[in-house]
Design a protein around this ligand. Sequence first.
Ligand code: SAM
Length: 234
Amino acid sequence: MSERFHLATPPRDGTASLEGDEARHLVRVLRAKVGDSVTLFDGRGQAWEASVASIGRERVSLALGPPRPAAAPPAVPVTIAVALPKGDRQKWMVEKLTELGVSVLVPLVTSRGVAEATDSARSRLERGVIEACKQCGRDTLMAIGAAETIGTLLAGLPAGTRAVIADPGGVPLEAALPTGHDATTAVVVLVGPEGGFTPEEVATAEAAGCVRVSLGHHILRIETAAIAAAARLV
Ligand code: SAM
């Protein structure tokens, strides 16, 4: 597989251009030359083989080959709504959730949460998604949703979405979402902060129809819980 680059702007008339981080990666890190082959993906499921046509100071132009067949969407769209951990653990979590095929990550606003989804945090998350897609071959970006409380998130879910709240005292995840459930049904998993959800937050989730689900016998860090749920559902 050739090196992969994310196209921020759609191609036109068989040509595309890379700017910013992507252009710098191609030119300064990989030392690309005119004629080199790369793979471009638009983050919405489409990818192309392409060759470098010209290299400018801040911009690289590329000539596109034929598009590759669009990747199939995941059978079950999974949203992980999670109280963000801090620093490198946040970065690691985004990388793994992207690799696993999670459709949407929602930063969950909770009483005991410690990391806010500021504009700069969102930019870092979005950059982390692109980096993971480049590395793992995923052509559709994991979306980073707006920050939500449990109440607003669950009130806005489309009808038929199955939502569960990760809680060490819950029933096994597989019991709440048995194998063979309608494969097109979207699933949302709520994962709490290091201090856990408050009783009020758990009550809000249960009142909105969430089942409390366990992910194992031990108490998991935030990112471990998010990844464990994703690995079983996607
Ligand atoms: N002392 C906190 C508690 O008792 O909830 C621990 C919080 S844990 C570090 C962070 C989050 O991960 C929890 O709020 C929960 O959503 C999830 N989690 C951790 N271990 C879990 C498990 N074994 N089963 C289900 N969810 C778990």
